[in-house]
Ligand binder design. Sequence first.
Ligand code: CMP
Length: 139
Amino acid sequence: MNRTFSIIKPDATKRNITGAINKIIEDNNLNIVAQKRIKLSKEKAEGFYVIHKDKPFFNDLIEYMTSGPVIVQVLEGENAVDKYRKIMGATNPENADDGTIRKKHALNIQENSVHGSDSNENAIIEINYFFNENEIISN
Ligand code: CMP
């Protein structure tokens, strides 16, 4: 049993497909054990994506991530990090496998509907960036 961190991004909240995305997550035996709908401030978004601060897409990414509501959530299950990454599909939806969230719902490499942690270490850091332990309620 382990945990990963998930964001449903502004392109998805705007299109009313948060339920469709979470159905895919839950159908794959990941439990949503914490969840908040928030609007990211510029500072919060920049802090979250600090590892990308020198990338050419950084400013566009921050503008996009602050353009509308996001759902931040904690997923729990066996091999949660790897399992959720498989369910999301490749960052660029053009390269995503059939049946993945990004193949089905993402618009392009930036507006790619979801974020997921890339390692157990980063999952802990990302979860703690948004949640206190007492906000995470296992099934
Ligand atoms: P995410 O998995 O949240 O990590 C960084 C985000 O930057 C990525 O999803 C996309 O939303 C966005 N992004 C925009 N352009 C690129 C790019 N060329 N490569 C990777 N990520 C990109």
